[in-house]
Structure formats: structure tokens, C-alpha cells
Ligand binder design. Structure first.
Ligand code: 13P
Ligand code: SF4
Length: 335
């Protein structure tokens, strides 16, 4: 089937400008290419529904890292953001890792720059550094153990009570873990995610007046006032699992909107409302980075095997250690 038109565009400006033939069945083509190239598509819950549906595996950051470690595929296409694809590459130096749009970054990862972070780490010489997976490889290389929102609590709890902990980069997750574990030797880097810091408590409570029986469920990257009114706090997978087994029929969901796709798929009869952001005119509960991925970009990435994520081998090795530690601890704890 003819799929790409304007081949000359492709040669002149690179694959990004190549137009997909409007008659091309992108879903069929993606499936064909996956088989032909022994490629796997790993997608985060924040992707558009159609991308989640074409993926071989959809999950939260921890499950995706675990899948990336275990896959037998030759090519990993990551429908997510840069740090996720980078983690897959760190774990699979000999595999080709594709990210459909290299501009798919993360505001939280951006809120922790390596120069300032190295200084912060040096100011706390006897602290164990735990960094969220939403970081660049440079930050991971300065870290002792990586964590995700799924296992942060258990990783902290796996360390001795008096261990001094430096947690980065998310201040909301860090402070939530600090108070939940009752740790006193716990310093937190002041980083945040632009999506999760935008939720409005006032507007959530206003929505609750219309849906008085709705349960509020929130990702721990949300600010404390939101977490204080939440009926359940957890990673995207934890929020999804909660709605699967809980008896309520209405939920106000304080995390990126992509997760609603899985919730509605599992329980089409329940009502899932996206928690509103402070600015009622923006769609700030959509992650602009996650939403850079499209079906067309995925198709072109598989077809041309571009854009490929590559990295410096020395940095890869340094950043691999704390990820492996996270995977080992998680496996021991059955996570
Ligand atoms: P999860 O750990 O729930 O996948 O969250 C990742 C993320 O980017 C949250 O903003
Ligand atoms: Fe990063 Fe926030 Fe987007 Fe998650 S939702 S990928 S933390 S910017």
C-alpha cells in the first residue's frame, strides 16, 4: 500500500516533513511494521486513547521500565516522553529505541538541572539520593536509587529508619512521602510538574457540589491541598486499579486526562470527570509533551526508524546503576 507521499520532501527535509497519504490506514500500517520489524510499542497512560489502543503494552512509569527491561523486541517505540524512552535505552543499549517526537520532554525533569543538582548533592554528602524516574540521565547519574510514583514509598521504607534521604525532583511527591513515612532526615528538591500543579481546589470542590457522591482520586504530584481532600492517592496505575474495584460510580480524577481512557474502557457505566485546572480557559490537565505524539508520528517513526534515541555510553552506564537498584528492590518487594 502507498503510504507516504512527497518522497522528495522526505529526502530534502527529513522524515518529519513527509506527509502520510490520507488514504493510508495508519492502524494497519503500524501493525504491519511492528510485525515486520519485531518492534514493540510501549505507551504511557497519558497518551491519546488511539495510541494506547495500538500499543503492545500500556502502563505507568514503573511497569513501562519493567517491560522495557524484559522485552525481546529489536525495536522499542516509546509512546511517552523523553525520560521514559531514555530509560528504555539505558536498559537496552543494543536495541533501537524510537521516540516519535524528540521534543516530548517533561516540565518536572526540566525543573532539575544537573549543575545545581550536583551542588545540592555535594551540600548533603551523607545523604542517600533518591530521584524520581522523571529526570534526565545526568540527574540519574548523580542518584543512588531511582523511584516512580508506584514504588517511592516502598523504596524509602526499605531503607533504615535513620537514613538521611535527599529526594528529587518533585516537591509534592517528596513532601507526601516524607509525611507518610514520618521520616525526619529527608530533604526535598523544589521541582514540580506543570500539569499537576495546575489543579484548582476551589474548582474541584465546586464540581463536587454537582457530584456529591464522586470520589476524588489524585496523583501524588498534585499539591498538598488537593491530596488532603483525596479519597485515594496513587500512581496512574494505582488510580486505575482503585476505580476498577471501588464501589463508587463517580470519580473526579486529579491527574493527566489520558488515564480516563483506560478507566472508561474498564467501567463504561461509571462517570469519570477530569479535575479542572485553575485557569478555566486552558486545557492544562493535558500534558503538552505527552500529547506531542500522534498516530502519524508513530507510523513514520516505525517506517523510517527515526527519531532514534542515542546516548553517550559513559553516561548510560552511570545512569543505569540507580535504575537497576530500583528494579531489584521492586522485584524483591513484588512490585
Ligand atoms: P506514573 O508514575 O503514575 O506513571 O506518573 C508519571 C508521570 O509522568 C506523572 O506525571
Ligand atoms: Fe512530566 Fe508532568 Fe507531563 Fe508527567 S504530566 S510527563 S511529570 S510534564
Amino acid at each position: 500500500m502507498k503510504s507516504i507521499v512527497n518522497k522528495s520532501d522526505l529526502e530534502e527535509f527529513g522524515f518529519i516533513t513527509a506527509k502520510v497519504d490520507p488514504n493510508c490506514n495508519v492502524v494497519e500500517e503500524i501493525n504491519r511494521l511492528k510485525k515486520e520489524k519485531n518492534a514493540v510499542i510501549l505507551a504511557h497512560f497519558y497518551q491519546e486513547g488511539e495510541i494506547q489502543d495500538i500499543a503492545d503494552y500500556v502502563g505507568d512509569s514503573l511497569a513501562l521500565a519493567q517491560h522495557a527491561e524484559a522485552t525481546q523486541a529489536d525495536i522499542i517505540l516509546f509512546a511517552g516522553v523523553h525520560f521514559m524512552a531514555e530509560t528504555a535505552k539505558i536498559l537496552n543499549p543494543n536495541k533501537k529505541v524510537l521516540l516519535p517526537d524528540l521534543k516530548a520532554g517533561c516540565s518536572l525533569a526540566d525543573s532539575c538541572n544537573p549543575v545545581d543538582f550536583e551542588k545540592f548533592v555535594k551540600e548533603h554528602p551523607d545523604y542517600t539520593v533518591i530521584s524520581y524516574i522523571n529526570t534526565t540521565a545526568e540527574i540519574k547519574a548523580l542518584t543512588d536509587i531511582i523511584c516512580t510514583s508506584s514504588n517511592a514509598m516502598q523504596i524509602v521504607n526499605s531503607l533504615p529508619e535513620d537514613e538521611k534521604i535527599l529526594f528529587a525532583p518533585d516537591r509534592n511527591l517528596g513532601n507526601y512521602i516524607k509525611s507518610s513515612t514520618g521520616r525526619s532526615n529527608f530533604v526535598v528538591w523544589e521541582g514540580a510538574c506543570h500539569v499537576h500543579e495546575q489543579f484548582s481546589l476551589e474548582r474541584i470542590l465546586e464540581l463536587k457540589k454537582t457530584y456529591p457522591d464522586a470520589k476524588i482520586i489524585a496523583h501524588p504530584e498534585c499539591q498538598k491541598p488537593i491530596l488532603l481532600v483525596a479519597d485515594h492517592i496513587g500512581s496512574t496505575l494505582s488510580l486505575l486499579n482503585f476505580t476498577k474495584t471501588d464501589t463508587a460510580t463517580e470519580y473526579i480524577v486529579a491527574t493527566e486526562t489520558g488515564i480516563l481512557h483506560q478507566m472508561r474502557k474498564f467501567h463504561p457505566e461509571k462517570t469519570f470527570l477530569a479535575a479542572p485546572p485553575k485557569d478555566s480557559t486552558c486545557a492544562c490537565n493535558d500534558c503538552s509533551y505527552m500529547k506531542l505524539n500522534t498516530m502519524e508520528k508513530i507510523y513514520k517513526a516505525l517506517l523510517y526508524e527515526l527519531p532514534e534515541l542515542t546516548m553517550d555510553e559513559e553516561l548510560r552506564k552511570k545512569s543505569e546503576k540507580p535504575i537497576r537498584r530500583m528494579l531489584e528492590i521492586s522485584a524483591k518487594l513484588g512490585l
